[in-house]
Design a protein around this ligand. Sequence first.
Ligand SMILES: Cc1ncc(COP(=O)(O)O)c(C=O)c1O
Length: 455
Amino acid sequence: MAKNDGLNRRLFLKRAGITAFAAGAAGAVGSGPLSAVAAAAAAEAAGGGKYDFDTPYSRVGTDSVKWDQAIRTYKRPNLIAGMGIADMDFRCAPCITNALTERIKHENWGYLDMPKEYTAAVVAWNKKRYNLDIDPESMVLTTGVHPGIIATLRAYAPPGSKVLLNTPTYNGFYGDLRATNTLPEDVPMRNDKGKFSIDFDEFERHISHDTNVYILCNPQNPTGNMWSPADLLKIGQICLAHRVLVIADEIHCDFAMKGVKYTPFASLPDKAVVNNSVTFKACSKSFSLAAMKNAWGFSTNPDIIAKVRANNRADITTLGMVANKAALTEGADWLDQLLPYIDTNHDMVVNFMKTKLPQITVAKAQGTYLQWVDVSYVAQKIGAKQKAASMSSGRRQMSAEQVVQDWFAENAGVALNAGSSYGTGGENHQRMNIATSKKTLQAALDAMATAVNKL
Ligand SMILES: Cc1ncc(COP(=O)(O)O)c(C=O)c1O
């Protein structure tokens, strides 16, 4: 495969109308994304640790959503940074590349019998990192957290029923609701200078006779909020009292920032509350394996897991299983070195905004590699509301946040995610993905500051 890398990459770039030079400029020093294992090993030593997160690693030319889609959308080959969709720009953990390389040597790709060691690896990961006991019999493997959530909604939320969400929340949930013909019931969170909390009375008031499910996001995407045991317990008790099933989406849980602790919903001390829940997790965020399509769900309640299984079809691929198993069994030290890197990236963003770009306000995320930034100043300066209104007609509705998103892409070469897609409370915000090299992050911040300071 490595032999053809250069050719495939050139072909892709040609088709996309991008020159190799421009692609290199796109936040992208470093070598090509598909280079050999040997290159990964050689790069390991850089960056002060065993693994190199500091050398920018170009993803341009791989059909990545974060970079290539942004380049196509904005017709901007010299993109400084794709900071949208939640995956990371780093070269993956070498143990993953090694395991995949080894498996590829065997040239048969027939149906896969999921090995027991895979579920054992999931169980061991959760026990070791979170002291969380998962009964392997209580697990369901899925091709992602979305399919798991959709299977659960199919089992518990009849079409037309309401699903509770604390907003702003992960925009993908709205897609899951559309897929199941269920309706979002947004319960806006309180936002005290970037510290989010739930008004429990308000939360309870949003529950009606046709509310069957609540989707918890812990830590919360896009705000980065990490829920405390007390918050989780309170919310779990309200849901139990109203027979509302809790779907705990904990896909970002491996990213707890310095001094912050993640509490698995399933570890709460109230057994009845836990029995009223199903949790979905994955290592797709932790190891940036999103396109390897793999996640898992579990519940202490056998009825719940049986119903989810009945609505789930897990077409897990061999390569996906191999990559995920390698991450879980051998990838811990890579992740442990990555976490402080992400933590200091968060600090970098916060310090930069404070000192160089005070027009944008931000509070450090407690978890995730996402920063939720308040861009009211930009929205107001560029007349985003008025522009959005004039660009909207019929079914094509444009939000002020989308106008701001486009403005940053066009004026700073930085592709963000518009706050409006995250439900009520997303007004005046953008989501910024900071899981990239410090060089790329710095370039993005500088470009944003230059653009904003011209307003
Ligand atoms: C909170 C949350 N849940 C689910 C997903 C998607 O999960 P998957 O790719 O496993 O379907 C994402 C991806 O960004 C996410 O942030």
